[in-house]
Design a protein around this ligand. Structure first.
Ligand code: NAP
Length: 664
């Protein structure tokens, strides 16, 4: 361990970490007494606290090898303090208490960046010496070591001598914002087209009652925008939307966004190497603009999917999709139907159950749930205090949460070769299923009728688990609630008729039935080389190299494209950021080499997809028995990254020119 205890050197250095829009130099001074500090240490998760203290005091001897959090792989939920033993905790708390006193007594109210060696020490400790292959990725993600974030290390004006070049970004949700911010940092001229009137994408659109995060909040943020004062562990929708708005503002990208402007088509002109991008504004006025590259950042969870049931238009009451919630509708005293029991329904039902006169939930399949007792809780006072008073504590908490989720529970979803017991893919997968089933049995012990209906019949890890703090079971057990498992037959003016012929009379129908996720980039018309139509080329089976590029569509790049999602681990933000960094690197190559463009070779995509499909087949979500929106109509998994997160990091670090035809 490096042991430099010259804490003064770390104090209020005024150094700016360039790659964090929420970077702060100064924190509030600690004025509280020893007893208070003891309580803070007692109530804190130790790994994040220990590394924050080591960083601020520059005393890395705190991070003793024998106190490393062992981090047994999480099967359902992770262990507190990364699985540190009782004895480790006692010793770590003593060290933490002394260090926290030192922060107070020496008035350490600021901390600068870390050197690479210091960051290595911290990484080795906090990851319990995980494979060093992860270190560059994690240094990027922590954004506390200068030069290791995702900020481009080049600038357009230095490499584009005499060259006009501009990029169209389609969409200003979190993917489009990441792309815009990196383009701005690199000085590349760009325009973002957004069909709505705000940034934030899904967090702008989804305003249904109860909308909130289902991944830990600190980790659900950009590495370049590490907000540290989240009010809750799983914040509510408006809070996340506000974050996206703030990031756009702080990142200085708003002026480059054309709101209320929908891109309808993009055509590649082989002669000029330019994309003709057709737009239509809110007044219906069409326009065509020329760009050298197009980045699509349109998300997959944008276009609502409705159940294919006859008579929908005949329903006489109000009907709305979860993503198109009409906040002028008052559900109070109404008979409400909620169709679907996925992530959106799980948040809507508990939020409205006490307002309605009757709630009928239509379930096709019941989801597995991840026990999360504190799902609705506010961030503990101790965390809020540490965020204000211990420099960079929020960043370290984010980092710790992020690291725990990087490969997370992926091991529970990997199929064991030769495993042939129905309902699971491996011994650990079966164990998780058994434990979750027992939890359900205890939740519904007073309602065996419901237990039979809510016990899922698919493999754990086949779909993303929902966060459960007990409110779903409570909602289903209420006298005003009916859980209907018979399939939908038709809709009539009075309500919904199920396959058993029963009419469920309702005033309002809520479709929590998901999105047309497999139809990547629909309804955009995209024409590439030699008139190739992207949707014809895909034929409903979207495939892209690393989810980013497609043969015959030069300089068309996708963020959050096919096979970049996750089920049991990983972070949406990482996948977006790493993908955007690959795109920026491709743009650098095109500009620097004065190319018209880069066109992926078909054989590269074919080889990539062959391996990817084979990897999907070895995961719970790829199992033939599992039906999800991760699979397209051909049964192929087109949504999920089947490898480790670090594999995506590695593949997006370099643009291998041999993979592309270079268009001069
Ligand atoms: P979803 O997960 O696709 O769930 C749709 C639900 O509707 C499923 O229960 C599905 O049943 C049901 N359904 C679809 N067609 C039906 C039919 N004809 N009859 C009866 N039921 C039908 O959609 P979502 O809940 O909107 O969530 C989509 C994704 O958005 C999630 O997976 C998640 O990634 C994201 N999300 C995240 C959050 C968050 O907290 N951050 C919140 C909401 C959504 P089957 O299961 O049988 O298909």
């Amino acid at each position: 361990m490096t042991n430099s205890s010259t804490a003064a050197a770390a104090q209020g250095t005024g150094e700016a970490v360039v790659d964090d829009l929420y970077w702060r130099d100064q924190y509030e001074a600690i004025t509280e007494d020893d007893a208070f500090l003891r309580d803070i240490v007692e109530g804190s998760d130790l790994p994040a606290l220990m590394v924050a203290l080591a960083a601020v005091t520059r005393d890395f001897s705190l991070l003793r090898d024998d106190l490393r959090p062992p981090q047994p792989p999480a099967e359902i939920t992770g262990m507190p303090h990364g699985g540190m033993s009782g004895e480790q905790q006692v010793q770590a708390r003593e060290l933490a208490f002394a260090a926290l006193k030192r922060v107070r007594d020496e008035k350490l109210t600021g901390v600068g960046t870390l050197t690479e060696a210091q960051a290595q020490d911290i990484l080795t400790w906090i990851t319990n010496a995980a494979n060093p292959e992860y270190h560059p990725m994690l240094m990027h993600d922590m954004a506390l070591v200068e030069g290791h974030g995702g900020k481009p290390k080049w600038n357009f004006r230095d490499i584009a001598v005499g060259r006009d070049f501009s990029v169209a970004v389609i969409g200003s949700g979190v993917s489009g914002m990441a792309a815009a911010y990196r383009l701005k940092q690199a000085g590349v001229p760009y325009t973002v087209f957004e069909k709505g009137h705000s940034v934030g994408g899904t967090w702008w659109k989804n305003t249904y009652p109860g909308v909130r995060l289902d991944t830990p909040n600190y980790a659900y943020s950009f590495s370049f925008a590490q907000r540290d004062d989240w009010p809750q562990q799983f914040s509510q929708g408006p809070e996340i939307f506000e974050y996206t708005r703030q990031v756009a503002e702080r990142g200085g990208i708003l002026d480059n966004i054309e709101f209320n402007t929908e891109v309808t088509s993009a055509d590649y002109d082989e002669t000029t190497g330019l994309w003709n991008v057709d737009t239509i504004d809110a007044g219906g006025r069409p326009a065509t603009r020329l760009f050298n590259a197009v980045i699509t950042a349109v998300g997959q969870l944008d276009r609502p999917k409705y159940p294919d049931v006859p008579g929908r238009e005949s329903f006489a009451g109000i009907q709305m999709h979860s993503a198109e919630w009409d906040n002028s509708v008052d559900v109070t005293g109404k008979r409400v139907a909620v169709i679907g029991t996925g992530a959106s329904a799980y948040q809507i039902v508990p939020a409205i159950v006490d307002q309605v006169s009757a709630l009928t939930v239509f379930q096709r399949s019941s989801p597995w749930m991840l026990p999360t007792k504190g799902y609705y809780d506010d961030m503990p006072d101790s965390v809020q205090w540490l965020v204000r008073k211990l420099p960079h504590y929020g960043q370290w908490l984010r980092f710790w949460q992020h690291w725990l989720g990087v490969e997370g529970r992926q091991h529970t979803a990997v199929a064991e070769p030769g495993w042939n017991r129905p309902g699971s893919v491996s011994a650990v997968n079966e164990k998780v299923r058994r434990e979750l089933t027992e939890l359900l049995a205890s939740q519904y012990q007073d309602r065996p009728d419901l237990l039979a209906k809510v016990t899922p019949n698919y493999i754990v890890g086949g779909k993303r688990m929902l966060r459960d703090n007990g409110v779903w079971a409570e909602s289903l057990k209420k006298p005003q609630t009916t859980l209907v498992t018979e399939g939908l037959d038709r809709m009539v003016p009075e309500g919904i008729v199920t396959k058993d012929g029963v009419l469920h009379e309702v005033d309002i129908i809520v479709y929590a039935t998901g999105f047309q996720a497999s139809d990547f980039l629909e309804p955009l018309q995209i024409t590439g080389r030699k008139g190739a139509d992207l949707h014809e080329y895909w034929g409903g089976d979207a495939k892209a190299f690393a989810g980013i590029t497609v043969p015959n569509f030069p300089n068309l790049f996708m963020v959050a494209g096919p096979n970049t999602g996750h089920v049991v681990n990983g972070s949406l933000y990482s996948m977006i950021e790493y993908g955007v960094e690959y795109i920026l690197e491709a743009i650098r190559i095109i500009v620097e080499n004065d190319l018209k463009g880069l066109d992926l070779k078909q054989e590269v995509l074919d080889g990539f997809i062959e391996k990817l499909d084979a990897a999907s087949a070895t995961k719970a979500w790829g199992h033939p028995s599992v039906q999800t929106w991760y699979k397209n109509r051909f049964g192929r998994v087109s949504q999920i990254w089947p490898y480790k997160v670090v594999d995506f990091w590695n593949i997006t670090r370099t643009v291998n020119l041999d993979d592309y035809n270079q268009l001069a």
